[in-house]
Design a protein around this ligand. Structure first.
Ligand code: DQA
Length: 151
C-alpha cells in the first residue's frame, strides 16, 4: 500500500482564486488538490486533501492521521499564528510534518512572523505559491522513505 500524506488547509483557503489574488494568486483549492494528487502519484504517495474553517475539525483530523497517515503537510492559514491546539495535535501525532504557506509570511505584517507550527514541523516552505505544496510533497516523501520501519 502507498503511504498516505494528509494535506490540511485551514480557514479561508477555500476562497483561493478570488481571495486577495495579488497575495495568494488565482489558483483555486481544487486546482491545488489536483496538482498535489498528480505529483504525489509520481512520488508513489497517496494524498488525503482537506480544508476546514474550524480549528477543532483540523485538530480531530490531525489526531486521526496519527493512525491513518504517514505524514502531514499543513497550511493552517491564520491558525498558524494563534493555535496552540493545532501545534499540540501535531506533536502528539508523531509524524513527519511540513508547514506550507502560499505567501512569504516573513515579508508581511509582523503578526504573521510568529508560527506556532514551525517549532514542531520538520521543515517550512513559504512564498512559492501553490508550488510550495508540491515542494512539500517532495520533502515529505524523503522523510517518509527515510522513516525506519519496525519489524
Ligand atoms: C497563509 C498565510 C497566513 O498568514 C494567512 O492567514 C492565510 C494564508 C498562506 O498560505 O500564505 O490564511 O497561510
Amino acid at each position: 500500500m502507498k503511504p498516505t500524506i494528509l494535506i490540511l488547509n485551514g480557514p479561508n483557503l477555500n476562497m483561493l482564486g478570488s481571495r486577495e489574488p495579488s497575495i495568494y494568486g488565482t489558483e483555486t483549492m481544487e486546482f491545488i488538490a489536483s496538482s498535489c494528487t498528480e505529483h504525489a502519484g509520481s512520488l508513489g504517495l497517496e494524498i488525503d486533501f482537506r480544508q476546514s474553517n474550524y480549528e477543532g475539525e483540523l485538530v480531530t483530523w490531525i489526531q486521526q492521521a496519527g493512525s491513518n497517515a504517514a505524514g502531514i503537510v499543513i497550511n493552517a492559514g491564520a491558525y498558524t499564528h494563534t493555535s496552540v491546539a493545532i501545534r499540540d495535535a501535531l506533536m502528539a501525532a508523531s509524524l513527519p510534518v511540513i508547514e506550507v504557506h502560499l505567501s512569504n509570511i516573513y515579508r508581511r505584517e509582523s503578526f504573521r512572523h510568529t508560527s506556532y507550527i514551525s517549532g514542531v514541523a520538520d521543515g517550512v516552505l513559504c512564498g512559492f505559491g501553490s508550488d510550495g505544496y508540491l515542494m512539500a510533497l517532495d520533502a515529505i516523501s524523503r522523510l517518509v522513505v527515510n522513516t525506519p520501519t519496525t519489524d
